[in-house]
Design a protein around this ligand. Structure first.
Ligand SMILES: Nc1ncnc2c1ncn2[C@@H]1O[C@H](COP(=O)(O)OP(=O)(O)OP(=O)(O)O)[C@@H](O)[C@H]1O
Ligand SMILES: [Mg+2]
Length: 246
């Protein structure tokens, strides 16, 4: 099983939108996929019409004493399962041991019996959970808005990877919420800063069609497959598929 994380230190950059679209496109391509909503806000769970749970004993799960299978839900879509957000995961940073970043990686192992791809929708923070995500993911996808603030957050992440000797070669950026009417967006897309991690070709446009995912409770492909936004997610998925050799 390959693991793909949608991560950024900055909030509201399109992580959840990309996680849901990629997971649904993978499932449509008949790749058995599980989407894990690691953000207690539960936006991916909500978009997939699942409710964040407060049931179960998440502490038992995270300490390896309960099977992860109990948390997996069906989505009504072929080849797509979901591990919904758990409101108690906001305590994760207390449970996760600072000196052992491999807890998440161990938890994911049994899922490989059933799934070829796990997509992690991550919260925007640099925490013990983030360290676990960086250890578990084969690729960390960074949706980056073409603005100075978004690039600054990216630089902070790169510095963190450098300081902690983390594998920078897992990182892939792509432009997200890109608005070509804005001069700064155009300039950065045309001449990306050299310091950026490897940049994928897909550019996800700023578009009201993507905001409508909340209304349709579905990926863009389901209700606007001819729109450039759907095309951008298809290209992003193709690039991810090639990167992960799926
Ligand atoms: N390309 C886009 N164009 C326009 N709106 C978008 C786009 N992508 C996402 N949005 C909207 O922007 C908001 C934030 O998007 P999303 O939830 O995907 O970001 P996020 O990075 O996961 O945020 P958070 O850090 O809070 O988890 C949502 O309301 C979403 O509908
Ligand atoms: Mg999100």
């Amino acid at each position: 099983m390959k693991t793909l994380a949608l991560y950024h230190l900055k909030g509201g950059v399109g992580k959840t939108a990309a996680a849901v679209n990629i997971a649904c496109l993978a499932a449509k391509a008949r790749i058995p996929t599980v989407l894990w909503d690691l953000d207690p806000q539960g936006a991916a769970s909500w978009t997939m019409s699942a409710t964040a749970t407060e049931a179960g004993k998440p502490k038992a799960l995270w300490s390896g004493n309960a099977p992860i299978g109990d948390w997996v839900q069906e989505t009504g879509r072929s080849n797509l399962s979901l591990i919904p957000a758990d409101l108690t995961t906001r305590h994760l940073d207390i449970w996760l041991r600072k000196d052992d970043p491999d807890t998440l990686k161990q938890l994911l192992k049994p899922l490989s019996e059933h799934y070829a791809l796990c997509v992690l929708d991550c919260p925007p923070s640099l925490s013990h959970l983030a360290e676990n995500i960086f250890a578990a993911a084969d690729r960390v996808l960074l949706p980056t808005v073409p603005t100075h603030l978004s690039l600054r957050a990216l630089k902070q992440l790169l510095d963190y990877f450098g300081d902690n000797k983390l594998p920078r070669d897992k990182l892939r950026a792509f432009w997200s919420l890109a608005d070509r009417r804005r001069g700064l967006h155009r300039a950065l897309i045309e001449a990306p800063p050299k310091s950026m991690p490897k940049l994928l070709r897909a550019v996800v446009p700023y578009s009201a069609i993507i905001e409508k995912m909340g209304e349709h409770k579905a990926p863009v492909e389901d209700y606007a497959s001819d729109h450039p936004a759907a095309e951008a997610y298809r290209l992003l998925w193709q690039e991810v598929k090639a990167e992960l050799k799926l």
